[in-house]
Design a protein around this ligand. Structure first.
Ligand code: HXC
Length: 262
């Protein structure tokens, strides 16, 4: 249950919206195994909950997350990392979540924190947010998608420069480079903006929303021809949903659709 978490808070700020707040302030929300277990558990529960139409993930004003827990990793050996499939256990849950996930990033989003933000479907941040992949300074490399998702988001040359030097980039740059869909002046506005967008998404047909998320994500994996074909198949399939009939009938009758989410 949500009340038993030590490192995160789970609330429902608006109908249909789940808000997960990373809450390990003394370590700037460093992503310990315990934190990630709780995060994954909360994400699975919200994803399974039919009344949740969108999820917002945020941290504090000071830190979204300052990375994987360095103190926990310090003595890790190759065989432990390999045998426990380190990182995979925590970074494989989010891509399987079918409910839209919006990251509201304030403060530090470094290393695994930056990678976590990049796993979201939509990223909002404040102008003073600090993103980066500083792993190179610790003698390692990004391990939860930083070299892949960041490179797809901002291009090879910029990603290479950031990952090889470990230098940070700002929330303003995240907006200019297309990492963030929107950049806000304050942390509060950022979280509120994410909640408002989540609420808007939650007011749509859940079937159509899940289908839309799925096809957009396919564009990141498939060649264009296959992606277009995939989109058309899913598009055709939605004519088998109740909500397609509800949505189009409501339009024709000048009414507001009452979605069945079926
Ligand atoms: C463990 C961390 C931590 C981290 C901060 N803390 N980041 N503990 N792991 N990643 C702890 C500090 O040790 C300190 O604990 C407390 O949080 C406050 O941090 P300070 O450094 O005192 O705060 P500040 O001076 O404001 O500096 C903030 C900071 C700095 C610039 C974000 O904390 C920092 O550089 N953190 C590490 C960032 C990083 O390298 N991240 C990538 C990690 S590797 P005490 O007990 O001293 O008060 C990674 C690999 C990903 O993420 C691989 C796949 C996921």
């Amino acid at each position: 249950s949500t009340s038993s978490y030590d490192n995160i808070l789970v609330t429902a700020p608006k109908p249909g919206v789940g808000l997960i707040t990373l809450n390990r302030p003394r370590a700037l929300n460093a992503l310990s195994t315990a934190l990630f277990r709780e995060l994954n558990d909360a994400l699975r529960q919200l994803d399974d909950d039919k009344t949740t139409g969108a999820i917002v993930l945020t941290g504090s004003e000071k830190a979204f997350a300052a990375g994987a827990d360095i103190k926990e990793m310090k003595d890790l050996t190759f065989s432990e990392a390999f045998n426990t499939n380190f990182i995979t256990s925590w970074s494989s849950t989010i891509p399987g979540v079918r409910t839209p996930l919006i990251a509201a990033v304030n403060g530090h989003a470094l290393g695994g924190g930056c990678e976590l933000a990049l796993m979201a479907d939509i990223l909002y941040c404040s102008s003073t947010a600090t993103f980066g992949q500083p792993e190179i300074k610790l003698g390692i490399i990004p391990g939860a998608g930083g070299s892949q998702r960041l490179t797809r988001a901002i291009g090879k040359s910029r990603a290479m420069e950031l990952i090889l030097t470990g230098k940070n980039f700002s929330g303003v740059e995240a907006g200019q480079w297309g990492v963030a869909a929107r950049v806000f002046d304050t942390a509060e506005a950022c979280v509120q903006g994410a909640i408002d967008t989540a609420s808007k998404i939650a007011s749509m047909s859940g079937v159509a929303v899940k289908a839309a998320k799925e096809v957009v994500n396919k564009s990141q994996d498939l060649p264009l021809r296959d992606g277009l074909e995939y989109e058309r198949k899913v598009f055709h399939s939605l004519f088998g949903s109740k909500d397609q009939k509800i949505g189009m009938t409501a339009f024709a009758e000048k009414k507001k659709p009452e979605w069945s989410h079926e």
